[in-house]
Ligand binder design. Structure first.
Ligand code: 147
Length: 661
């Protein structure tokens, strides 16, 4: 039994006192950014709707209170590139990508969900033009105002807008942004600064009162550390003295299974330690290929749109222990926040009218049962409270988000180690019952002639790593083609790749196959296109796999690119070898030429590139002619892909991957 009669040794007492102070709660959210939702949009029904229910539907799963999205910049932002709404000063397309759709789906399930937006990179024209371009320009402010206009066209009200993800701040730019929001009728959009680290923003805010005045919310990243156990989540006293809401505006980066326990800590400790009233998890859902970094980081996983398989794991339920029992606008109750002596922590929140309260306690680090006597006061209801629990030390899903029974104020609770508990007077909670179909490989043959994709859209399963590949009318032949459309270096975020690349296919089951594509280079012969095969990883500048490059000049090259002994597929965030993203992203890319030569091609003409893999035999063909056959065992399986010289237009057609016996 959860409630036990008080024993001789008095247990610690927690009083949930409705008259005690406490900050306004702004909500628990998650972040769709870095192409993290790319494969979700391609999911079949009904699985796609069930996944969205698990994320957003009240009383069903994570019931998220905030959805934060990337404002796409056509540049790599971790696991790919997201498309921009405004690629030139005269361009405007409010329907590119999947974030509009995602926000609409979230609002359809919970009209009260708050929306937040932030750019990682941006089209080159909006940048400063310096050697390391920045977004601190008036053009970029216009660009963000246009994005808000797109949101309005989608009937989406944006609650929070930031500056530049982890790009620190230009105080005067924030002042101008704040002013522009007012001038354009977006005065109710709250400005977040600066989505970077270590509370470094406090100093420029202190030095520039206009900057400080322009900031509505101070948002900092990874306030509990980065890829650690997320034990402590402090903020400086100077931040707490600002009189502004403080948000943990990005944290997470841990897998949906092993990340649940650290996540449970990081949901409450930012308030206990640092008075932060919102936390945002990256990513919302791990819907990118395992080829790319930070595999499985999200509240859920869903990266097999062909099978419809998804994972609703313990991270989802860790979040539900807060979100299903509170609402943004509730208040923390400071009389009931703190740490348990034997390991663990707790917070309590109440509705503004004090008719309801919820207390969330976690015992993740406890090694023995924790006793706790709870009482209520200050006008809060003193009747029975429902108890929900999740055993995060268990892999058995039947032990997550379970209704336990009822307790009464004055009872002593016995909290088992490794759990999350919620005590609540609220009702309406629930646990979605939808079940995933089994996972399955993407079977060969795979073919796309792009005829069935809408103009301006990305073809099914094709995932851009940098630049933007979208369906357009073909040049020099009838029908639709896949076109790389970005012709200027964007303001980059992580600086990875800086060349257009896109990939598609099954990392593990695509072993012996032939990949082929028709390709046409625009321009006068000084660019190149590539067909890639056995792509088995991507990290920093490397797209690990076999590349066949054909240049407009007639030079061709077959080469192997790999990850310098650093296999990103194995680099899960809980692995200490993955610490220090910055250091790793500076590792040189290892490229090895396997064969090279010259052949007449001629610019602006169509050619067919083919790569055949059979065991360790790699054969390259151009227009039906064999260019080279080499032995290479560096890559055993992997995706196909396309690349284009930066920043050239090129077109592709009839992409086909067929099995080789
Ligand atoms: C964050 C990004 O904001 C996310 O888009 C995603 O890339 C995430 C993956 O972990 O990382 O960027 C960080 C970069 C460096 C650190 C933390 C977050 N760091 O070194 O503490």
């Amino acid at each position: 039994a959860l409630a036990t009669p008080a024993r001789a040794a008095a247990p610690p007492q927690v009083t949930i006192d409705g008259t005690s102070g406490g900050r306004v709660f702004d909500g628990v959210g998650a972040l769709s950014a870095g192409a993290s939702s790319r494969l979700l949009v391609d999911y079949p029904e009904p699985q796609r709707s069930r996944i969205l229910d698990y994320l957003f539907k009240p009383g069903y799963g994570a019931a998220l209170q905030i959805l934060k999205v990337e404002i796409g910049g056509d540049t790599n932002s971790t696991d790919g590139a997201e498309p921009s709404h405004m690629r030139t000063p005269s361009d405007l397309n409010c329907d590119r990508g999947y974030e509009w759709w995602l926000m609409e789906q979230a609002k359809a399930r919970d009209p009260g969900i708050r929306l937040s937006a932030l750019q990682w990179g941006a089209p080159g024209w909006t940048g400063s033009g310096a050697a390391r371009p920045t977004v601190w320009t008036d053009r970029n402010i216009d660009y963000l105002i246009s994005w808000l206009g797109c949101a309005a066209r989608h009937h989406l009200r944006i609650d929070y807008l930031g500056g530049w993800n982890e790009g620190y701040s230009d105080g005067d730019w924030f002042v101008r942004l704040h002013q522009a929001l007012r001038e354009h009728g977006y005065g109710d959009v709250k400005v977040v600064a600066d989505d970077s680290f270590n509370w470094d923003v406090l100093q420029p805010m202190a030095a520039n009162p206009a900057f400080a005045a322009a900031v509505d919310v101070v948002g900092q990243h990874y306030v509990c550390g980065y890829l650690t156990d997320y034990l402590q989540c402090p903020s400086p006293a100077a931040a707490q003295a600002l009189g502004k809401p403080l948000h943990a505006s990005e944290q997470g980066s841990l897998p949906y299974d092993s990340g649940a326990a650290p996540l449970a800590r990081a949901l409450s400790r930012p308030y206990i330690d640092g008075a932060m009233t919102s936390t945002i998890n990256w990513a919302l859902i791990a819907s990118w290929y395992d080829t790319m970094p930070f595999q499985a980081s999200g509240l859920m996983g869903a990266n097999e749109p062909w099978s419809g398989a998804y994972v609703a794991g313990p991270s989802l339920w860790a979040v539900a222990h807060t979100t299903q029992f509170t609402e943004p606008g509730w208040r923390y109750v400071d009389s009931a926040k703190g740490y348990l002596d034997g390991g663990g922590s707790y917070v309590a929140l109440r509705s503004p009218d004090s008719r309801d309260y919820s207390m969330i306690a976690e015992t993740i680090d406890a090694t023995a049962p924790q006793r706790l006597r709870f009482t209520v006061g200050g006008g809060l209801p003193d009747g029975p409270a429902a108890v929900w629990s999740s055993d995060l030390s268990s892999g058995d899903s039947r032990r997550w988000f379970v209704r336990e029974g009822t307790v009464r104020p004055g009872d002593t609770l016995t909290l088992a180690p490794g759990h999350v508990y919620t005590l609540t007077t609220t009702r309406g909670q629930g646990r979605g019952r939808a079940v995933s179909p089994p996972p399955a490989p993407l079977r060969l043959p795979y073919r796309d002639g792009f005829g069935s994709t809408a103009l301006g859209s990305a073809p099914r399963y094709v995932s851009d790593l940098d630049g933007a590949f979208e369906v357009a009318p073909c040049d020099g032949r009838p029908g639709r083609c896949l076109r790389q459309v970005i012709d200027e270096q964007p303001v980059w975020w992580n600086g990875w790749l800086r060349r257009p690349v896109t990939v598609v296919g099954d990392l593990r089951s695509w072993r012996d196959y032939e990949a082929g594509v028709d390709a046409r280079l625009d321009g006068d012969g000084d660019g190149w296109v590539e067909l890639l095969g056995r792509v088995d990883g991507q990290w920093a500048d490397a797209v690990s796999g076999i590349h066949l490059r054909v240049s407009g000049s007639g030079d061709w090259q077959l080469y192997d690119e790999n990850l310098q002994g650093q296999d990103s597929r194995l680099c899960v965030p809980s692995d200490p070898a993955c610490a220090g993203v910055e250091a790793q992203s500076r590792r040189p890319v290892q490229r090895r030429t396997l064969a090279a030569g010259r052949t007449p091609v001629g610019a602006a003409t169509w050619h067919r590139l083919r790569l055949r893999f059979s065991g360790d035999q790699v054969t390259a063909y151009l227009d039906g002619r064999r260019l080279a056959q080499v032995v290479s065992s560096t890559h055993a399986s992997g995706q196909t892909g396309l690349a284009v010289a930066p920043w050239r237009h090129a077109e592709f057609d009839d992409l086909a991957v067929t099995p080789v016996a």
